[in-house]
Design a protein around this ligand. Structure first.
Ligand SMILES: *Cc1c(COP(=O)(O)O)cnc(C)c1O
Length: 353
C-alpha cells in the first residue's frame, strides 16, 4: 500500500534521497561504506564542505559573514549553547510554545531571561504581536514555527539586538530575508534530514562577546575554526542532509518549494474551514504551512475517522498530547497528492456522517 507520511519528526524525506543514502551505506568510496571511512578523508571532507555551502547558498547568505555548522545534540542543545555563547546579562525571548518555553528554561541556567511576550494564556494558539525588544539586551530569541501547536511567525521584528531563531520545523520551506537573523538553528529531522545533526547558521561578528569560559565542543568559534569537525561529525546525518539540500536546489530552491508548500497548506486549511466536522486549532492569520492542527467537532466520530485514515495509508496524524486531535505535518518532501488523500478522507467522513 502507498503510504502518506505526515509524521511530525523524524519525518518524510524524498525517495531519491533515501535511495542514495542507503546506497552510500554499502558503497560510498570505491567499495567502502560512508560509515567506515575517516571523516578526515577527502570524500567526506567534500561532503561536509558541500553541505555547509549549500545551506548558505539556499538561504541566500553566501558572502555575508555567515558560517554554517553541522553540530550534534539536537536543537535542544542549541537552547543552552546559544546562552553559553551569547548571554552576558539579559536576553529577551518570545514565548510561542513548548519549544520556546524549553529554550527559555535552559537559558535561565546561565543568566537573566525576560519574556518579551507570550501566548501561553491561550495554549499557544496564536503568535503575539506588537511587543518591544529592549535595545540593551544581549539578544532576542524566537521560534519561527511552532511544531506542536501549528502556528508560524509570518513577520519578524526589526530587532535592535542580534536576532536568534529556532527554525527547526520550517527552515528551507519559505522565502524570508534570512540576513535579518544573526543565528539560526534547526534540528535536521523535520525538514532536512535524519535525526543526529543540527544545522547552525551564525554571523561570525556576534561571537566572542561573553566573559565566561566555554567548553570547546560548545563554542561556536571553535566549531567554526575546525570547519564543523572539532570531533567526529555524525557522517550519515550530514551526508543525507546534503542530499536533501541538493534535491531542493535541483527543484529550484526555496522559492519553488514555497509554492508547493502554499498549495498544500491551502488545500488542508480550506477543508478544515469548510467541513463542519473539523475545527482548526490555531488562529487563522498565524496558521503554519508546515503543521496543520485540528480536532474533530464530534468525538463520537473518532474511531470511524481513524479507521479511514489508516485504510488510506496515512501515517503520523496524531496530534501532540498538549493539543490533542490531529496534526498534519506537511514538510518539503511531502507531495501535494498526500494532502489530497487526507482531504478526500475528511470529506468522505462528512458524506458518511
Ligand atoms: C523538534 C523541535 C525541537 C527539538 O529538536 P531536537 O533536535 O529533538 O532537540 C526544537 N525546536 C523545534 C521548533 C522543534 O520542532
Amino acid at each position: 500500500m502507498k503510504r502518506h507520511n505526515f509524521s511530525a519528526g523524524p519525518s518524510i524525506l524524498p525517495g531519491s534521497v533515501l535511495q542514495k543514502a542507503s546506497e552510500a551505506v554499502i558503497n560510498f568510496d570505491n567499495g567502502l561504506s560512508l560509515l567506515e571511512i575517516s571523516h578526515r578523508s577527502k570524500p567526506f571532507v567534500d561532503v561536509m564542505e558541500n553541505a555547509r555551502s549549500l545551506a548558505l547558498e539556499l538561504l541566500g547568505l553566501e558572502g555575508k559573514g555567515y558560517k554554517a555548522l553541522f553540530l550534534q545534540g539536537g536543537a535542544s542543545t542549541q537552547f543552552f549553547m546559544v546562552a553559553l555563547n551569547m548571554l552576558e546579562k539579559r536576553a529577551g525571548y518570545l514565548n510561542t510554545g513548548t519549544w520556546s518555553d524549553k529554550a527559555i528554561k535552559e537559558a535561565k541556567i546561565y543568566d537573566d531571561v525576560y519574556e518579551v511576550a507570550s501566548s501561553k494564556d491561550a495554549n499557544y494558539n496564536y503568535i503575539p504581536k506588537g511587543f518591544d525588544i529592549p535595545a540593551d539586551y544581549d539578544y532576542f530569541h524566537c521560534t519561527s514555527n511552532n511544531t506542536i501547536f501549528g502556528t508560524q511567525m509570518k513577520e519578524f521584528p526589526n530587532s535592535p539586538i542580534p536576532m536568534i531563531c529556532d527554525m527547526s520545523s520550517d527552515i528551507f520551506s519559505r522565502k524570508l530575508d534570512f540576513s535579518k537573523f544573526d543565528l539560526i538553528y534547526a534540528g535536521a529531522q523535520k525538514n532536512m534530514g535524519p535525526a543526529g545533526t543540527t544545522l547552525v547558521i551564525v554571523k561570525e561578528d556576534i561571537l566572542g562577546k561573553v566573559s565566561r569560559k566555554i567548553p570547546s565542543m560548545m563554542d561556536y568559534k571553535v566549531q567554526i575554526s575546525k570547519g564543523s569537525m572539532f570531533n567526529t561529525p555524525p557522517v550519515f546525518a550530514v551526508y543525507t542532509s546534503m542530499l536533501t539540500l541538493e534535491w531542493l536546489k535541483d527543484l529550484g530552491g526555496i522559492a519553488a518549494i514555497e509554492k508547493e508548500n502554499d498549495k498544500k497548506a491551502q488545500l488542508i486549511y480550506s477543508e478544515i474551514d469548510l467541513n463542519p466536522l473539523f475545527k482548526g486549532f490555531s488562529a487563522k492569520p498565524d496558521r503554519s504551512t508546515m503543521n496543520a492542527t485540528f480536532t474533530l467537532a464530534n468525538e463520537d466520530l473518532k474511531e470511524t475517522f481513524e479507521t479511514m485514515v489508516k485504510e488510506a495509508g496515512i501515517n503520523g496524524l496524531n496530534g501532540h498530547r498538549s493539543v490533542g486531535g490531529y496534526r498534519a505535518s506537511m514538510y518539503n518532501a511531502l507531495p501535494l497528492d498526500s494532502v489530497g488523500v487526507l482531504v478526500d478522507v475528511m470529506s468522505e467522513l462528512e458524506r458518511k456522517a
